[in-house]
Write a protein that binds this ligand. Structure first.
Ligand SMILES: [Zn+2]
Ligand SMILES: [Zn+2]
Length: 348
């Protein structure tokens, strides 16, 4: 009898909750939104270089990874290195404010490194009421890319100023100022020095990697490249090498599937991409040559839907480089504190 009473009470409760789902949902949403909106995931770390991986994928469709995107914070500097599709919106979702963005640097003009620059520009503008254009720095063609973005967003920028007013979205802040640069020092402010170096991603030329140095901590970002001595030279003794990686043995499965499905042109593209990237094993060789402190692989191709595939992706990389090797994921945060050799990690 008692058991029946309990069951009836349970049913009444379930029906009550179902009937109240709209007000309950609204109350729950309001509570969570109040806690999450406006938070600042950049705050609270010690002085050092912080890297936030906002996109660790490639043009190969991957539900877990946005295209190339890396946010760098060092002292008062906030830089975005590459802005592939989806990256800036991921940052916003994690509570990383972009109002303080000082500049965007791009490694090369491939679409998977530049297609998400519009949202980054908008978030910097609305986040800071910027009155000046956002510097967009990169290899030859970058100024033209900036002009193209400005043209594409011309009407939108006008609408937003008209709607929100000059105090919130001032005229002039919703655009890029593009600058083509050669290899060499491209940024030097507040202790952070960024140096561009040429890599080999032919036929995409020029293509850059970047070296970051801040108060004794050092990071090299390879950009997209074949296994290249220039990366090893730039990375000599750095604390962290962030290298792109593609595993041909796993891409071969995609090629075979496309062939079987009769999609010969797409199959050929998956063959073509093999000749302008670096395998995880080659990246490990470069890390060993350069004697870096840690190797982090990013620009991961093909997609790895499970961590169980990491071993197959890495192959024998661990036998070639004795230091730590990691595979980046979207939301990974690495922090290199000043005055230490540590590379701390966290996830957003
Ligand atoms: Zn790429
Ligand atoms: Zn590329």
């Amino acid at each position: 009898m008692r058991r029946w009473g309990f069951l009836v009470a349970l049913v009444v409760l379930a029906v009550g909750l179902w009937w109240s789902r709209a007000p309950l949902g609204a109350a729950f949403y309001a509570r969570v939104a109040e806690q999450r909106a406006g938070r600042n995931a950049l705050a609270g770390r010690s002085d050092g270089i912080t890297l936030i991986f906002c996109g660790t994928g490639t043009p190969l469709p991957d539900p877990d990874r946005a295209e190339s995107c890396l946010l760098v914070q060092a002292g008062d500097n906030l830089l975005l290195i590459d802005g592939g599709d989806g990256g800036a919106r991921k940052l916003a979702g994690w509570g990383v404010p972009l109002g303080g963005l000082d500049a965007v640097m791009i490694t090369h003009l491939h679409s998977d490194h530049i297609e998400g620059l519009g949202p980054a520009l908008l978030m910097r503008w609305t986040g800071s009421a910027a009155r000046t254009a956002l510097p967009l720095i990169g290899p030859a063609g970058t100024a033209r890319l900036a002009a193209g973005y400005n043209e594409m967003l011309h009407a939108d920028a006008g609408y937003r100023t008209a709607h929100h007013g000059e105090a919130i979205t001032p005229t002039g802040g919703g655009q890029f100022s593009g600058r083509d640069v050669g290899p060499g020092e491209v940024w030097n402010a507040g202790g952070l020095v960024v140096t561009a170096f040429s890599v080999d991603h032919a036929p995409i030329a020029p293509a850059f990697g970047y070296r970051l140095a801040y108060k004794g901590r050092t990071v090299v970002i390879s950009g997209d490249t074949t296994a290249n001595p220039a990366v090893a030279a730039a990375a000599k003794g750095v604390d962290l090498l962030v290298h792109e990686a593609l595993q041909p043995r796993l891409v071969a499965g995609i090629t075979a599937g496309l062939e079987r499905a009769g999609q010969k042109r797409t199959a050929q593209i998956t063959r073509d991409i093999l000749n302008y990237h670096t395998t995880p094993e080659q990246a490990a060789d470069i890390a060993a040559q350069a004697k870096v402190g840690m190797l982090l692989l990013t620009h991961i191709a093909p997609p790895l839907p499970s961590r169980l595939l990491h071993a197959a992706f890495l192959g024998d990389a661990a036998t070639r480089f004795s230091g730590p090797i990691r595979i980046a994921h979207d939301g990974l945060v690495l922090h290199l504190p000043v005055g230490s050799k540590a590379v701390d990690d966290d996830s957003l």
